[in-house]
Design a protein around this ligand. Structure first.
Ligand code: OGA
Ligand code: MN
Length: 296
């Protein structure tokens, strides 16, 4: 059974068939998937009933897992339902019960409903994320993806020149405030200190430029906050217009892998009383997008 990739959206996203992710990949398969990631930026693998260990092994074909000490966790590792190397994107507590509606863990997860790029709030943002659907709700819960290369290409020349050297500040504080969640501890506020990211990045493998937007972005260096926020919103609306968006409707045992350096994504609403068990492996990037400011 040979591995093939079929494009499933007019501008990006491919579906991969002829591969079994429970088994080690051959060198050729890994190369085809890596090339596919560069071309399509989002790859869908159907019917992959994998364990956490198999998911981790698959992901590690394409880089190093993201370091544990990134500032995104409000939950300690000991409170996690899952083992090391895999993030819990479900609506479940450690005991496997649906998280209550007023749990701050849930408020925190609701931030994923806004367009974002994983770990853009970290000095070195994520490379690939791979999300596996172990249990899905009966309605809703799609994940939407936007092609930030196509969005960049479609900017007019004047805007391209304007965004070229802009530097944004990203923090979980900004994205959580955007859903009205501001009840952070002093320790969290300290952990979520804004980091700098270029607004235009050039992909290491393809040389393509993309807009590096995310709901975590809340400021542009040298700009007033209102000017920055309204501009970031305008760019985000441009980048997430229908022609650049692929909406993934999950089936159980789908695995979707995306390149955070070339796309944004968001979770869509579902019935929060039903179980949605999604598990994510994440590869770390290998460099910051810009030198960081000196610590104040
Ligand atoms: C993620 C994420 C969206 C979803 O896994 O990083 O944002 O639909 N998930 O669960
Ligand atoms: Mn995400």
């Amino acid at each position: 059974m040979a591995l093939t990739i079929t494009q499933i959206h007019p501008v990006f996203a491919g579906e991969v068939s002829g591969v079994d992710l429970t088994k080690p990949l051959s060198r050729d398969e890994a190369k085809m998937i890596d090339d596919g990631m560069n071309q399509y930026a989002v790859l869908v693998f159907r019917d992959q009933n994998i364990s956490d260990e198999q998911q981790i092994a698959f992901t590690r074909n394409f880089g190093e897992l993201e370091a544990k000490e990134k500032p995104g966790n409000i939950r300690k590792a000991t409170e996690s339902r899952l083992g090391a190397g895999i993030s819990d994107l479900s609506n479940l507590t450690k005991d496997g019960k649906v998280i209550s509606a007023d749990d701050r863990q849930w408020f925190f997860k609701l931030g994923d409903r806004l367009w974002h790029s994983d770990s853009s709030y970290a000095v070195i943002p994520a490379k690939f994320s791979a999300l596996s659907a172990r249990a899905i709700p009966s309605w809703g819960g799609n994940t939407d993806f936007a092609d930030m290369r196509a969005a960049y290409d479609a900017l007019d020349d004047r805007t391209k020149a304007e965004v070229e050297d802009l530097i944004c500040e990203h923090s979980l504080i900004f994205s959580r405030a955007a859903v009205g969640f501001t009840d952070l501890t002093p320790e969290e506020v300290a952990n979520f200190k804004p980091v700098r990211q270029r607004l235009v990045r050039t992909h290491q493998a393809t040389g393509r430029k993309s807009l590096f937007l995310s709901s975590h972005a809340g400021a542009i260096v040298g700009w007033t906050i209102p000017e920055a926020r309204s501009y970031l919103r305008e760019l985000t609306e441009h980048a997430t217009q229908r022609e650049f968006v692929y909406s993934h409707q999950w089936r159980q045992y789908d695995l979707v892998m995306w390149d955070n350096r070339a796309t944004m994504h968001r979770a869509k609403r579902f019935d929060r009383n039903e179980v949605r068990d999604m598990r994510r492996t994440t590869l770390g990037g290998d460099r910051p997008t810009v030198e960081q400011a000196e610590a104040a």
